[in-house]
Design a protein around this ligand. Structure first.
Ligand code: ADP
Ligand code: MG
Length: 275
């Protein structure tokens, strides 16, 4: 569970390449994408739609294999789903026929392990779901369902939490609340977090670093350190420094979108996609 030596990243992505073999041809989704995530960091990954963010996150979680390249957790290659890695998707993916408690206990049932009830109670309280354990997903708002999904992911005490646009479907007010919640949980647990988002504001609010992927095939195009102190108050988020960084990253992504051919595309040329 520990970070390993100072030199070993918590999560090391080396030359991650993923080709999807589809009925209409091969599709290069990631092309030699490399990045390190260090223990206790929050790193956001942003980039144009379809650039391979979800592909990268699934590879990090061990949910699917890379075509080539490696993902290492504490220096050890990941070859399949790993209990030290939790994941939260855009949809909460709660089982509709189970109440919240039963949903949160589900991963333990799969693993044949006893849930740590005290830890789960702490998490449920942390995310403000006290008293909702008997409710079914349909009885809860999208934000509450996503809170439950976060509890379910953290219940197994992962040292890494992967989040794929977890708040993309929520209204902006709820989203801000959820961002504060993630910040609080991080301040509490220091879980290493990789966070995918479309929102540059969200990325800057949450992250120590923002990694910008190029348009497909995804590769690390730029990386920004976010130097603002935590917790990040509304005052901090309203400063010119935050505004400037937000615009710089937005320009990177828009630039990628309008000039994808202008950059060096590596092996992208050899992959033909028929419409
Ligand atoms: P992002 O999350 O950045 O929007 P994805 O990783 O979902 O991007 O997708 C990257 C590219 O790979 C897209 O062109 C998408 O259509 C394609 N893709 C994703 N998953 C699959 C799959 N299972 N089979 C075939 N193509 C896929
Ligand atoms: Mg995606």
């Amino acid at each position: 569970m520990n970070a390993g030596s100072a030199k070993t990243p918590k999560l090391g992505v080396q030359d991650a390449t993923k080709i999807y073999h589809t009925a209409s041809g091969d599709l290069l989704a990631l092309d030699r994408c490399s990045l390190d995530v260090h223990a206790n960091e929050i790193v956001s990954i942003v980039g144009p739609s379809g650039c391979g963010k979800t592909t990268l996150l699934w590879s990090m979680s061990g949910l699917h294999r890379l075509t080539s390249g490696t993902i290492r957790l504490d220096g050890k290659e990941i070859t399949g789903p790993h209990s030290d890695i939790g994941i939260v998707f855009q949809e909460a993916n709660l089982l509709p026929w189970r109440n919240l408690d039963a949903n949160i206990h589900f991963p333990f049932e799969i693993k044949g392990e006893k849930p740590d009830r005290a830890w789960i109670a702490h998490l449920v309280n942390r995310v403000g779901l006290d008293g909702f354990g008997g409710k079914f997903p349909r009885e809860l708002s999208g934000g509450m369902q996503q809170r439950a999904a976060i509890v379910r992911a953290l219940a197994l005490k992962p040292s890494v939490l992967l989040m794929d646009e977890p708040f993309g479907a929520l209204d902006s007010f709820t989203r801000e609340e959820m961002n504060r919640l993630v910040e609080e949980i991080w301040l509490d647990t220091k879980t290493t977090i990789v966070f995918i988002t479309h929102s540059i504001e969200e990325a800057i609010f949450l992250s120590d670093r923002v990694v910008v992927l190029s348009s497909r095939p995804g590769r690390v195009a730029k990386e920004y350190r976010v130097p603002f102190p935590r917790p990040r108050s509304l005052e901090i988020m309203a400063t010119k420094e935050v505004f400037d960084l937000t615009n710089t990253i937005k320009m990177d992504i828009v630039g990628e979108r309008v000039r994808p051919k202008a950059r060096e595309r590596g092996t992208a040329e050899i992959v033909r996609i028929r419409p």
